[in-house]
Write a protein that binds this ligand. Structure first.
Ligand SMILES: C[S@@+](CC[C@H](N)C(=O)[O-])C[C@H]1O[C@@H](n2cnc3c(N)ncnc32)[C@H](O)[C@@H]1O
Length: 412
């Protein structure tokens, strides 16, 4: 059978429909769901959308492109896309090539009228500010004395991208603590656009603070860091240390659990005594596959937003490049993060709750100090007791189907 999906939307350009042989039934869905497979999107939709009845999670993934970004697409249009994608997998057992789904997305996007795309710059600015404020609160609440005894607070944002969120966090840390903040982003040059970040939103300006500086490094050895535009300066090895550090949805991009652990060890050694580390990550009811797909679909939306007339072949090649570079990401549960952080001598101080929703996030905050010095958040008791955590999360568990579950190391 040939899968042939033509555009059902009115377009001014005629895209040549992509034709590819579907694989016969029975060759998949008994083995592991493979994010690198050229049949991954269809396998995922069939498994999660139909077989294990997690339609709501599939909906969240496909309709994810955040409404608090500086542009978004009307919810009902995303719902139409979801139905088009599910229609492709319904009624057959054969595997369908990713390209078929990418063509559906491209044709859908191309057929959207101007009123379906929403400019959200004001909402995005408010969102970034609110997010920055809540991260700053987590940091300052973990150590009320942050910055006392020195002229300024040094903040390091690992994987901080364009530094916009960093600047908002720094601004609020400064307001809460009364001290000026020197914010730094630590980044790698990956070539991935992360285009869904807020373009139209400007950096927060707080007169007390220094502008954000970006340190580029090789991705694991912090001594390789160099401040962008400065030849030799490396604040990671100048011996001054940092008062606080954060990873916002960046630690799962590190290439292996060992490198994640090494990164935490290096950050722990950079923190001053009493220094605070806060980490936000995705939680997941289903495991890592839907998080990978969610990221990939978001990249596809961004590619199309940048170049709506991109050919199917080009979109496929961008998708494949993204998958080759970024997937599968190394997601981890809160239980594992707790373990990784404690191994490097950090004491947990607070945690936000877990969630059954595919795209929800959790945050955990740690302090470089002895547990006796901490006035901890009560919600942490569940995290310190693995049995209690299991009981809380049990209600979100789905039954594994064959070998298809990729759990976040058995937790959330
Ligand atoms: C999803 S983005 C998050 C950006 C930003 N923290 C935010 O919340 O908007 C993930 C970031 O992690 C960065 N990253 C990936 N591997 C890294 C590594 N080994 N060290 C530092 N940053 C890394 C990527 O370049 C990217 O900017």
């Amino acid at each position: 059978m040939v899968a042939n999906i033509a555009s059902s939307s009115p377009t001014s350009i005629s895209f040549k429909p992509f034709e590819v042989e579907a694989k016969p039934a029975g060759t998949n869905l008994q083995g592991a769901l493979d994010v690198k497979s050229e049949y991954f999107i269809g396998d995922f939709l069939r498994l999660h959308g139909e077989k294990i009845g997690r339609g709501d999670d599939v909906r969240q993934i496909i309709t994810y492109h955040a409404d608090n970004n500086d542009w978004s697409i009307k919810a009902e249009c995303k719902e139409q896309l979801l139905n088009k994608l599910l229609a492709v997998v319904k009624g057959g057992d054969e595997q369908i090539h990713n390209r078929v789904f990418l063509d559906v997305i491209r044709d859908w996007y191309h057929g959207l009228d101007a009123g379906s795309k929403i400019e959200n710059a004001v909402v995005a600015a408010d969102h970034l500010n609110a997010k920055g404020q809540s991260i700053a609160r987590m940091i300052v609440e973990a150590n009320h004395k942050l910055g006392q005894g020195s002229d300024s607070i040094r903040l390091l944002d690992v994987g901080g991208n364009d530094g916009k969120l960093t600047s908002y966090v720094a601004s609020h840390v400064s307001d809460y603590s009364g001290s000026p903040v020197h914010p730094y982003v630590l980044e790698v040059e990956t070539g991935v656009s992360w285009d869904h970040n807020c373009h139209e939103v400007s950096t927060a300006h707080n007169v007390k603070n220094q502008p954000v500086k970006t340190i580029y490094y090789d991705g694991h050895d912090m001594s390789s860091g160099r401040v962008s535009g400065e030849d030799s300066s490396n604040p990671l090895s100048d011996g001054l240390g940092f008062d606080c550090a954060m990873y916002q949805h960046s630690l799962h991009h590190f290439p292996s659990p060992e490198i994640q652990q090494q990164s935490l060890a290096q950050i722990a050694s950079l923190l001053k005594e009493g220094g605070v580390l806060t980490i936000s990550e995705h939680s997941s009811a289903l495991g890592g596959h839907e998080l990978d797909l969610m990221h990939m679909v978001t990249e596809v939306y961004s590619d199309l937003h940048r170049d709506p007339e991109m050919s199917g072949a080009e979109l496929e090649s961008r998708y494949n490049a993204y998958v080759a570079k970024e997937a599968p990401a190394n997601y981890f549960s809160q239980t594992r993060l707790l373990d990784m952080a404690q191994k490097v001598g950090l004491t947990p101080s607070s945690s936000t709750s877990i969630s059954e929703k595919a795209e929800r996030t959790y945050s955990m905050t740690f302090v470089k100090t002895d547990v006796a010095n901490l006035n901890r958040d009560r919600s942490l008791e569940a995290l310190l007791d693995p049995e209690a955590l299991k009981a809380v999360s049990a209600k979100y568990q789905t039954s594994p189907v064959g070998g298809l579950m990729r759990s976040l190391d058995g937790g959330y």
